[in-house]
Design a protein around this ligand. Structure first.
Ligand SMILES: O=S(=O)(O)c1ccc(O)c(O)c1
Ligand SMILES: [Ca+2]
Ligand SMILES: [Fe+2]
Length: 337
């Protein structure tokens, strides 16, 4: 098998949305993403810290879906490596020359990975002006950058092995008493994750994680939605995660796509960084304060498209974490501490 591409980070996602104006209200007016480019059919958005063209593309379409996830690779030659990596594994692969793919992105390759997700690998992308200290333009949740993808997949160990073969490290897992893997967080950039896996029917997109610098920006996001009587967009949190230690708030956009406002995880860049393992019965794993995880968070997610834009069929999950009757989840029995 050939050398995998050198993945730098999770870089952008392309979501299909049914109402571009409603999505603009949510992602731009409320969350504060910067509009780098827009046309009649799509918005190209980025956070205040992001220097590349976009980290989120919202494309108008008939039904909400994930079009594709995209990872930036270190060199143009890594785009070739990505093409070879997936081709030699017999996966559907399509080379997309500069100008024929996503606006602002150069030469790229897209493949349907073994988990059923359409994933793009690119190096060349247009730059955006530096907004890091344009505080006059920071609005709403003041999102700084895309942090991670979270995907629903029925076979967590298979997802772990696939991303391990792509050179990802593993920062944390949730495991059962017999070490059956319920969830995993994996990284290339030196934080907790670029991608994480939630057990369940898949392939589906569970959420996009976007980072703010401070927890007060997470709290302010919830307050803003409350002020406007739009609190129904809030799904879970605010709270403190067990896994990652991040402060979080989960929102649903007008199409139901889930986004996590996320801040303050930790460094994972040492070569001997060890995986931290949570037991599925520890009710601090998902919320460090033991708050319940609402059922919709485990069960609802966005469908994903193949290389031709058709909805990928989904396979039911094997392990159901929400069925693990733990104090902090669902109708679990409050176990004596
Ligand atoms: O709920 S978890 O603590 O497992 C968690 C940790 C990090 C995340 O990004 C997330 O979405 C969920
Ligand atoms: Ca709510
Ligand atoms: Fe997340």
């Amino acid at each position: 098998m050939s050398t995998p591409p050198d993945v730098v980070r999770s870089a952008y996602a392309q979501l299909v949305v049914t109402d571009l104006a409603a999505s603009r209200w949510f992602w731009v007016d409320m969350l504060g993403l910067h509009v780098q480019h827009e046309d009649a059919n799509a918005l190209y958005l980025r956070g205040t810290d992001e220097l590349t063209h976009h980290s989120l593309v919202l494309r108008k379409g008939p039904a909400a879906a994930l079009d594709h996830l995209a990872y930036r690779v270190r060199t143009p030659e890594d785009v070739d490596r990505a093409e070879k990596f997936f081709a030699e594994r017999g996966r559907p692969v399509r080379r997309i020359p500069a100008g024929e793919g996503t606006y602002g992105v150069g030469d790229a390759v897209r493949a349907v990975d073994p988990l059923g997700f359409t994933v793009e690998f690119f190096h060349d992308i247009a730059r955006g002006e530096r907004l890091i200290q344009r505080y006059d333009l920071h609005r709403g949740a003041q999102i700084a950058r895309l942090d991670h993808f979270n995907i629903c997949t029925p076979d967590i160990p298979a997802a772990y092995e696939h991303y391990k073969s792509l050179g990802f490290g593993c920062s944390e897992t949730i495991e059962g008493d017999e070490h059956e893997m319920y969830a995993a967080w994996m990284f290339r950039k030196q934080t907790v994750h670029d991608v994480a896996f939630t057990g369940g029917a898949g392939p589906r997109l569970h959420h996009l994680g976007v980072a703010t610098h401070e927890s007060h920006q997470v709290l302010r996001t919830a307050d803003i939605f409350g002020s406007l009587d739009k609190q129904h967009h809030i799904e879970r949190g605010p709270g403190r995660h067990g896994v990652s230690n991040a402060f979080y708030l989960y929102m649903r956009d007008p199409d139901g796509h889930r986004v996590e406002i996320y801040t303050s995880d930790y460094f994972t860049g040492d070569p001997d960084h060890e995986t931290y393992v949570w037991n599925v019965h520890d009710d601090r794993r998902r919320d460090f304060w033991g708050n319940a995880v609402i059922e919709s968070w485990y069960k609802e997610a966005s469908p994903v498209l193949d290389l031709d834009g058709a909805v990928q069929p989904i396979l039911e999950g094997v392990l159901d974490e929400s069925a693990v009757q733990v104090g902090a989840d669902g109708l679990g029995i409050i176990e004596p501490s």
